[in-house]
Design a protein around this ligand. Structure first.
Ligand code: FE2
Length: 426
């Protein structure tokens, strides 16, 4: 007997099939399974997709909007300064509480795997300890991958390198960095080399905030590609943001993109944040600040859409909805053909899963039984509607039912419905 039978859902490729679940895995995907199951859910007329995946987030800062004050200029640099103020006074319990609440939001949105950067530039390592605790608490239903992120600069912030190593020793999964925030271009270049060597020694993945600036001469991605090849890290490295590429010389980019493809370096663009933060020093015309997404895809580079921020020092909106992220991305990148929009859906599901190197992701027999049902006909329809989530299954268990679509409920907090924190300045 199967544990769960999902009947009649429409798969992303348009086929209609039943999905049988046993012991947390997909046992079968075919029409008319009709097998006995402890529970059967009829999803006829709904789109059934593998879960959403976010490859770039900051869970230590999320849901802190207004604490201790609001970012008046809207710039990256004021956001970093504001976060520095909050970091000094925040507690372990507060970070855990905010992060768990966000994970509830994520589950209700069908977002079941998140790569979160965690700031290591704090002698107490409060954020690191808190998110390690959160990773443990949510592991039965949400995959949380943590990146050791020296927010204030690996070399610019005293002791940051040792703190980063301590965080990795504690079990943080991925090596992060922020070369464009070091004091000089050369320090930035050296930090890329150093961080890639640390990752190679420890057998870890790399994901650097890289060239998150409008400066066309910020070219740390070049060094990241070089070190990836030199150290044999191919397929294990991502460059996040890469916004300077928006402003780079076209000839230089025509040389850079094939090198990225050759090294199998992935790119993660964060359209909500990039469009809101970049170009703040421009008058008009005002740059969009998004990296060259369709061009990279054209060269065979894997590109994901990330959320980056939700109600924090850098961004005053957000609902954990990866369809919002893809929707903004396809507009800013002008990926509006039918094939491009479909690609944008893949970029918040399977492409992001590949960047995180998730095990058993997908809707094939043997894969982990994690998926989301959407009130849409197909992936493009889901984007157009920012479709309602009907049902979310994680690792074989139903973790969310939509109250508007189903009478019997097991309901985590949905974004905007939570009152617990409403007295804290937002
Ligand atoms: Fe970020």
């Amino acid at each position: 007997m199967h544990d769960l039978l999902i009947a009649g859902g429409t798969l992303p490729n348009g086929e209609i099939a039943d999905i049988a679940v046993k012991d947390g895995r997909i046992a079968a995907v075919e029409k008319g399974i009709g097998a006995d199951a402890k529970e059967t859910v009829d999803l006829s007329g709904f789109l059934l997709s593998p879960p959403f995946v976010d490859p770039h987030f900051h869970m230590d800062a999320t849901l802190s909007y207004g604490l201790p004050r609001i970012n008046k200029s809207g710039t990256l640099l004021e956001g970093i300064a504001l976060w520095g103020e909050l970091k000094k006074v925040m507690t372990f319990d507060e970070v855990v509480e905010r992060a768990i609440e966000y994970c509830d939001w994520a589950v209700s949105m069908g977002l079941l795997a998140i790569r979160s950067h965690v700031d290591v530039c704090d002698e107490r390592l409060i954020a690191v300890e808190a998110l390690l605790e959160v990773r443990k608490r949510v592991s039965s239903y949400l995959d949380l991958q943590l990146v050791a992120f020296p927010q204030d600069g690996l070399y610019r912030s005293p002791g940051a390198r040792d703190l980063l190593l301590r965080a990795l020793d504690r079990g943080v999964d991925v090596v992060g960095g922020i070369p464009h925030f070091e004091r000089t271009m050369d320090d930035g270049r050296r930090s890329v080399t150093d961080l890639c060597e640390i990752a190679a020694e420890r057998g870890l993945l790399v994901d650097l905030h890289c060239d998150e600036t409008d400066d066309p001469m910020s070219r740390h991605i070049e060094q990241l590609v070089f070190e990836t090849n030199r150290l044999g890290l191919n397929g294990r490295v991502a460059g996040s943001h890469l916004t300077s590429m928006h402003s780079m010389d076209n000839y230089y980019v025509s040389k850079l993109l094939p090198l990225m493809a050759e090294a199998e370096v992935s790119a993660i663009a964060n359209p909500l944040i990039n469009i809101a933060i970049q170009g703040r020093h421009d008058t008009y015309p005002k740059r969009r600040g998004l990296t060259r997404v369709p061009e990279m895809i054209g060269y065979g580079i894997r590109v994901g859409w990330g959320q980056d921020c939700c109600l924090d020092p850098w961004y005053s909106l957000g609902t954990a909805d990866m369809l919002d992220v893809a929707f903004m991305g396809l507009h800013v990148a002008q990926m509006t053909s039918s094939a491009d929009m479909r690609k944008c859906f893949d970029m918040v599901t399977s492409e992001n899963a590949a960047i995180l190197r998730l095990d058993g992701y997908g809707l094939e027999p043997g894969c982990q039984a994690s998926f989301v049902a959407l009130d849409a006909n197909d992936p493009v329809d889901a984007l157009r509607l920012r479709a309602e989530r009907v049902l979310v299954v994680s690792k074989g268990k139903i973790v969310y039912r939509n109250p508007r679509k189903s009478p019997e409920l097991a309901l985590p907090n949905r974004p905007g419905t939570v009152s617990r924190r409403s007295g804290r300045g937002r």
